[in-house]
Design a protein around this ligand. Structure first.
Ligand code: G4P
Length: 528
């Protein structure tokens, strides 16, 4: 493969994820994006909640029951001359850890806001995460077919609460029952809204020119109001600026209704035009650029039993540089081992397909037989380690017990695999045979018991355990570490990857331990 074709492939890719508060419309907009990407022919096929079409595993049964999205998938589709990768993020706040890591694998984000509600709490948290890497943000104000809040007030709220400047690209005309369409400030074009066309791609009647008499005929008095309002908006808001967008300081704002499939294409036009192509990523030693010919990638997610027919685990890898070709040999850097990758998969609207080639910016799925962990780096030889893909110290703990004690092997195996995935964390105290499950969000506990039953055939129950928090332990000096191990033996445990962890019954206990052992690091996050 020549360098120029590599550069071309990289340049046409856009890899993004959607951030939003539950119920703002992420699932609906995902569906409409797939419609525009021609991955589905009619909207109404992706949302399994009602149709049941997506009941691919017991795991997803649970997702349906609870009405939340707990699986991450990757969807690739062409749009105009670009190739878009959309990474789905788990919707529930309990899975913030998974979501966090997914956001390390994208180059831009779409922020969906319910325009009747404005900036909500989960969006604030997710924006904090995108700030760590200054990820460019595109904004979609959703549900314009309902009565919404004042548009100017909504943009003010985004600016004040989320600390990002807003540049309206489109502007709404009316709202709720009287939603007429949007005016594009950059192209001076009105696109008219029609109800009842949410399931298909619409032609969208357009009128060029704010002063066009056609507009008065089409929307009557709304045209007069719109002219006044646009004057005001132009004076009071920011103009779009590409550099400010790329550095995460300014967001282009679109208005529409995901349900009515209106405005989603405008947003996609902006995303494909302005969002960055695959970006460089930092390693411990140097920064890797996407156009480097050597292949590099990192694993940001592991998921078990995605498809009951395959009964396996899949490691999701973001390609950072170069090109994957079927059958190529890669260095599994942490293990120092060469592996041949013959059967990587991609996920086109939920169905697995074999990939022959994939490029920087793409996500591929590797079959994992227990040797791949979150954060692992793969390369064509160079000993690199990508940084910034952390595990978080859990905040909730339970002792897990078997109903049938003979099944301890299956329980251990199940828990180890689930912890490898990052679905939950497992701690084994040094002083006894307890198995302690640690989670960041409470829902993870239910998920674990559910999956242990359906995938590993073990019935497990929880008991309270006297653990308030956990910290990973590191010390520069081996002697210091050994002394610490003796002194703190009763509070030490090994996590799923055999890392030494301090489990504290109270926060005060943790504080005292830290004061007593100043040479030991108590870490809240861990990178493999
Ligand atoms: P989420 O993934 O962000 O949680 O949101 P989701 O797309 O599931 O949307 C949440 C609810 O908001 C859904 O209604 C959905 O139909 C509705 N919705 C999404 N976009 C729009 C829009 O542009 N206008 C209006 N009016 N509603 C919108 P639901 O009744 O909770 O779910 P369902 O019964 O339709 O499945």
């Amino acid at each position: 493969m020549s360098m120029s074709s590599l550069a071309q492939e990289v340049a046409k890719r856009r890899t993004f994820a959607i951030i939003s508060h539950p119920d703002a419309g992420k699932t609906t907009i995902t569906e409409k994006v797939l419609l525009h990407g021609h991955l589905i022919q009619r909207a109404g096929t992706v949302k399994g909640r009602k149709s049941g079409q997506h009941a691919k595993s017991d795991w997803m049964e649970m997702e349906k029951e609870r009405g939340i999205s707990v699986t991450t998938s990757v969807m690739q589709f062409p749009y105009h001359d670009k190739l878009v990768n959309l990474l789905d993020t788990p919707g529930h706040e309990d899975f913030s850890e998974d979501t966090y890591r997914t956001l390390t694998a994208v180059d831009s984000c779409l922020m969906v806001i319910d325009a009747a509600k404005g900036v909500e709490e989960r969006t604030i948290k997710l924006m904090e995460v995108t700030r760590l890497r200054d990820t460019p943000i595109i904004t979609f104000m959703n549900k314009l077919d309902r009565d919404i809040r004042d548009p100017i007030e909504l943009m003010d709220e985004v600016e004040n609460v989320l600390k990002i400047r807003c540049a309206p690209i489109t502007w709404p005309i009316g709202e709720g029952k009287n939603f007429k369409g949007v005016y594009n400030l950059m192209t001076d074009t009105v696109t008219l809204y029609e109800t009842g066309k949410g399931a298909v791609i619409q032609d969208g009647k357009q009128i060029v020119g704010l002063d066009s008499p056609e507009l008065d005929i089409a929307i009557g008095d709304y045209a007069v109001d719109l002219r006044d309002e646009i004057d005001l908006v132009r004076g009071a808001s920011n103009e779009f600026n590409l550099a400010a967008f790329l550095s995460g300081e300014l967001t282009p704002v679109y208005w529409g209704t995901a349900l009515g499939n209106f405005g989603v294409d405008h947003m996609l036009d902006g995303l494909t035009a302005w969002a960055p192509s695959p970006q460089s990523r930092a390693t411990e030693h140097r920064v890797v650029e996407p156009n480097e010919s050597g292949f590099t990638g990192f694993v940001f997610k592991i998921q078990a039993n995605m498809d009951p027919n395959h009964r396996d685990r899949v490691a999701f890898m973001r390609i950072v540089s170069g090109c994957y070709e079927k059958g190529m040999k890669l260095q599994h850097v942490r293990l120092g081992k060469e592996v041949r990758i013959a059967d990587a998969v991609t996920f086109v609207a939920g169905d697995r397909e074999q990939v022959d080639q994939a490029w920087a910016g793409d996500i591929i799925g590797l079959h994992n037989h227990g040797t791949i962990q979150i954060g692992d780096t793969f390369t064509t030889g160079e000993a690199l380690k990508f940084t910034g893909i952390p595990n978080f110290a859990p905040e909730l703990f339970r002792r897990i017990q078997l109903k049938d004690p003979l099944k301890i092997k299956q329980l251990q195996k199940g828990l180890m695999q689930l912890s490898e995935e990052g679905a939950v964390q497992v701690f084994r105290p040094l002083r006894n045979n307890d198995l302690i499950v640690g989670a960041v969000g409470i829902l993870q506990f239910d998920v674990v018991v559910h999956r242990l039953r359906s995938e590993y055939k073990v019935e497990a129950i929880y008991e309270p355990v006297n653990v308030a928090t956990a910290r990973w332990i590191q010390a520069r000096d081996n002697k210091v570490l050994e002394q610490f191990k003796q002194k703190a033996y009763d509070n030490l445990a090994l996590d799923g990857a055999e890392n030494l962890t301090y489990i504290a019954p109270t926060m005060v206990n943790l504080q005292l331990a830290q004061e007593r052992h100043p040479d030991v690091a108590f870490l809240k996050t861990r990178e493999n």
